[in-house]
Design a protein around this ligand. Sequence first.
Ligand code: CAA
Length: 241
Amino acid sequence: MARVALVTGGTRGIGAAISKALKGAGYTTVATYAGNDEAAQKFHAETGIPVYKWSVADYDACVEGVRKVEAEVGPIEILVNNAGITRDAPFHRMTRQQWDEVIRTNLDGLFNMTHPVWPGMRERQYGRIVVISSVNGQKGQFGQVNYSASKAGDLGFVKALALEGAKFNITVNAVCPGYIDTDMVRAVDPKIIAERIVPTIPVGRLGTADEIARCVLFLVSEEAGFITGSTISANGGMYMI
Ligand code: CAA
């Protein structure tokens, strides 16, 4: 039986590429999304991948959503915590709301989605958890105090949980994408991308979502069982750690 993989924020951008790659590799894949029904339905029509709607920022919705997916599709053995948002502003103009929204989705979302699948993974003595962090959690980014804090938090989450999962054959790893050609990056002023961002990427271009999906595919494979608590940086050389 194919293992069941769930990708949060899995209907657009990097998440959509990950969902498609997992399906292509033979996993039974489901994707969640929080708001954009039109994009989700289009994604479902194109890929046949089932889509479920709930916000990763809402713990009760995650518990209920996981229960529903497990009843309809099967026990979740692979969880890709990809859902994330930006609310960029220089710190002196950042509002409490911008801070809260980013932390609730990007960081609380990890707890909310991982906690309900964790007991089953421990019982079955198998699990693969991948967290999509960011280069900006590693290096910091002007205008992203909230986002950088959440993405740095992702890395602490991964390392601590990896220790707890190790004896249950559950690996927990992070991928830190650099600037990838998605809606999230396209939302930044093109002048800033061209003048301030791309010149700092040694390979001289934005990455593609498929380049991140391939990292995830590797980390969730059975063969990657000795890799846990680690981070793959895929950023075109922007930041080396
Ligand atoms: N370093 C130092 N100073 C900077 C700077 C930088 N990187 N960027 C801007 N500044 C300075 C500007 O030079 C300017 O200074 P002066 O007033 O002295 O000229 C001042 O800060 C204000 O800059 P802006 O005009 O850009 O201010 P703004 O309020 O219009 O915009 C901002 C602020 C929204 C944060 C904007 O700068 C911005 O969008 N920056 C890019 C943020 C970014 O990279 N986001 C990534 C989104 S994609 C993502 O997050 C995915 C991922 O994981 C990589």
